[in-house]
Ligand binder design. Structure first.
Ligand SMILES: *Cc1c(COP(=O)(O)O)cnc(C)c1O
Length: 374
């Protein structure tokens, strides 16, 4: 039996080990542990990766990237921010951390992302911003979202925490399509640090300048606190590791895309199964996750059990939608019928750079055997 883990980061780190440790040694000798020169170097490198325009800031993690983006744009108390109801919970917490109110909208049929018509229905006179999430690495419908945002004068803050390198059909890079774009470098993301990390891209230089101060206890120069800030700073060690990993991101994404294409080919005619990670209409998805929507929850739970028996790890992203989590009980507004219905039926298969052909075969065979046996 081939055991297939959900992810195995050691495989991509092993060849980089010596170079990362050499960089760590230099930082240990220099002692510039926070916002050291590697942080600025990484900011320049990742901004280039995103196409080179605008201004990028490295921050403490993805949740803080979203919080800094909203705060720098001036979104806060009394403002409503619309986000999809199926996302990682951090998207909603960032709105709360900025002092604003999260309002949830529903997802579109056949896509993991928000439904622009649902977005329109939940807008009020207090809506200030929308956070499209490029879930699983699939670009959100940005053309429609930007049109709505333009006509209603809303900020667009992209949550690209699962979409490093994803592109729209017109080859625009996710994370640079709105007023701000936010990334996470949590270890398991398409680009991960060796701990916590995040990044926020800004279109407007003046907003980026404010964000830079907010990141570092509100100071524009040492001891002068123009804003109420936070400690959203990146560690130099993380920037150094990210500098060694970034040159490989494109190749890792290509590996994910190739595995994703293979799975899609093999699974395209499974009865009652929808493939949620693929892009439509010439978009480029980066397969952070490979997610199947199965006919119902009973089948999903049985599916996970059967794969488990064959040594294959699976996940659920996410179990229970955000507005129905305990922490939002009685406090959330919006619409989320489709998201709620789908959350019981989704399952994520292993997909990661370094996944062997034998492991891919094992996943494909186990999935096919499950459906053949029904
Ligand atoms: C990972 C993630 C975040 C939060 O990033 P952290 O670095 O874990 O704080 C936010 N949104 C989405 C969609 C994510 O996947």
């Amino acid at each position: 039996m081939t055991r297939v883990p959900f992810n195995d980061l050691a495989r991509i780190h092993a060849p980089l080990r010596a170079r990362i440790l050499a960089r760590f040694g230099e930082i240990l000798d220099r002692s510039a542990f926070v916002l050291g020169p590697e942080v600025a170097e990484f900011e320049a490198a990742f901004t280039r990766f995103l196409g080179g325009k605008g201004t990028g800031l490295a921050v403490s993690n993805g949740l803080d990237a979203l919080t800094v983006a909203l705060r720098a744009l001036g979104v806060g108390a009394g403002d409503e921010v619309v986000l999809p109801s199926n996302t990682f919970i951090a998207t909603a917490f960032a709105v709360l951390h900025a002092g604003a109110t999260p309002v949830f909208c529903d997802i579109a049929e056949g896509s993991p992302n928000l439904d622009p018509r649902s977005l329109e229905r939940v807008l009020t006179s207090r809506t200030r911003a929308v956070i499209p999430v490029h879930l699983y690495g699939v670009p959100a419908p940005m053309r429609a979202i930007r049109e709505i945002a333009r006509s209603k004068k809303l900020f667009v803050v992209e949550d690209a925490a699962q979409a490093h390198g994803a592109r729209t059909s017109s080859k625009e890079v996710c994370g640079t399509l709105g007023d701000a774009g936010c990334f996470s470098f949590y270890p398991g993301k398409n680009l991960g640090s060796l701990g916590e990390g995040g990044f926020v891209w800004f279109r407007d230089e003046a907003v980026a300048k404010r964000a830079r101060a907010i990141r570092d206890v509100g100071q524009e120069e040492k001891g002068v606190h123009a804003y109420v800030g936070g400690n959203y700073r990146m560690h130099t060690l993380q920037a150094a590791a990210l500098l060694e990993k970034l040159p490989h991101l494109e190749a890792w994404n290509e590996e994910r895309t190739a595995i994703g294409a293979r799975f899609e080919k093999e699974f395209s005619s499974l009865p009652g199964v929808h493939l949620l990670s693929r892009a439509h209409g010439g978009e480029h998805a980066v397969y952070h996750l490979f997610v199947l929507e199965l006919p119902n929850q009973e089948v999903r739970d049985e599916f996970r059990l059967k794969l488990r028996e064959r040594g294959i790890d699976t996940g659920i992203h996410y179990s229970g939608i955000v507005p129905l989590q305990e922490c939002f009980e009685g406090k959330s507004e919006g619409e989320w019928k489709r998201a709620e219905e789908r959350s019981g039926k989704i399952v994520s298969l292993p997909i990661f750079p370094g996944m062997t052909g034998i492991e891919q075969d094992a996943v494909i065979q186990a999935v096919k055997d499950f459906f053949d046996g029904r």
